[in-house]
Design a protein. Structure first.
Length: 390
């Protein structure tokens, strides 16, 4: 469809600004015809454009007749599709000419000469022969029982269906070619760590949407489907799972701050309070340093999952590609007790005051959380490597 739209745009642009004579002289007969037709649809018709249209039309038809004659003599059944398209083009060309006929060339006292012929029989026969050839060719491709041939057969069968919507068993053969030509990929996990995994860990890890990766001939599954032979496996190969010990660290420190502490009077040399110009006593702010002792408890624990993402060809048992993967889950918690003036503490320290140490999360839970991080990483790698499989 995009190619058709692009071609129509090009024709429109040519018809809008090109010179029909130059187009014809350069062998672009159909483009010259389009330009002349546009200019001859108005009330005032140019004899020059009539003559260009007449000549371009004849040359285009002569060229197509020679092409069809050669293709028929060659006797290659592959040519029937080209013959069909050529005859269809000739019919379309004359259908574009008919609405403006007759065209009278006053200077030559005659009507412009355009051969009008009924091409229906030729088109019908070429269409029939092309469909028969493509159908037979598709069947021979399917007999090869390989994916590349099946995909070629699929395209041939779609062409048959474009000729005849209900040709023989074309729909069934299209479905067969689609199934034979599709590569199926199974996404799964292997635990090679020697460590038992949390319940449902594999289900959670493989609960990942890969449908956006599906292409014309590739389908990704996260669970095995009965009756499908998988061409490739993408394996999350878990090689190492570790959980650090539950660490508790006691930290003691003091925080201080300078704060206002009233005022003091300014004295002169004789010990008297100084006055300002208005007779008021002169005084200046006083400050003091306050402090607070803190006993902080820092708890931390870490879970790590590491391994590889392996692409396996199930046909030849070969490893196609491998990428390293790793993910961590951290637990950190700080609590503290204050001794002294809490106003001396920084805001972030005050947040810890009053907290008490909390229970450490179970190791299985931390592994599950690391698995969620790993799942996002895995999906990104698969997206980046979607061209690896075919």
């Amino acid at each position: 469809m995009k190619n058709i739209i692009y071609s129509l745009i090009i024709i429109f642009l040519i018809a809008s600004c090109a010179n029909s004579t130059k187009l014809m002289q350069s062998g672009n007969y159909d483009s010259a015809i389009q330009v002349s037709l546009r200019k001859l649809k108005g009330k005032k018709k140019s004899e020059k454009e009539m003559l260009v249209l007449e000549e371009a039309y004849k040359k285009a038809n002569d060229r197509d007749k020679e092409k069809v004659s050669y293709l028929n003599k060659e006797g290659n059944p592959e040519n029937w599709n080209t013959i069909f398209n050529t005859y269809s083009g000739m019919k379309n060309r004359q259908d574009q000419i008919k609405p403006i006929l007759p065209l009278y060339i006053t200077s030559q006292n005659r009507n412009a000469n355009f051969e009008i012929k009924n091409y229906d029989d030729e088109i019908i026969q070429a269409k029939k022969n092309a469909a028969e050839y493509k159908y037979a060719h598709a069947l021979s491709l399917l007999d090869k029982k390989d994916k590349t041939s099946a995909r070629d057969a699929y395209n041939e069968l779609l062409a048959v269906k474009n000729f005849y919507a209900n040709y023989k068993d074309v729909d069934a053969k299209i479905n067969l070619a689609r199934n034979m030509g599709t590569s199926y990929v199974l996404f799964k996990m292997q635990n090679n760590t020697g460590t038992p995994l949390p319940p449902n860990f594999e289900d959670e890890l493989t609960k990942i949407s890969l449908t956006e990766l599906d292409a014309d001939w590739i389908r990704y599954h996260t669970h095995r489907t009965n009756g499908i032979s998988y061409d490739y496996n993408i394996i999350v190969n878990m090689k190492n799972i570790s959980v650090s010990p539950e660490a508790v660290k006691e930290i003691q420190y003091t925080e201080s701050k300078t704060v206002p502490d009233g005022y003091q009077y300014v004295l002169d040399a004789h010990g008297n309070v100084k006055k300002d110009s208005l007779g008021n006593d002169i005084k200046i702010p006083k400050t003091k340093v306050i402090s607070c002792n803190v006993e902080e408890t820092y708890q931390n624990k870490k879970a790590t999952i590491a391994g590889t993402l392996d692409y396996m060809n199930n046909g030849n048992k070969q490893l196609i590609k491998t990428d390293p993967i790793a993910a961590d889950n951290f637990f950190e918690y700080r609590s503290a007790v204050a001794y002294g003036d809490v106003n001396a503490l920084k805001p972030e320290t005050k947040e810890k005051i009053g907290r008490r140490p909390v229970p450490f999360p179970p190791s299985f839970d931390m592994i599950l959380q690391a698995g969620q991080t790993l799942k996002g990483m895995v999906k990104t790698i698969i997206l980046n490597n979607k061209g690896v499989l075919y």
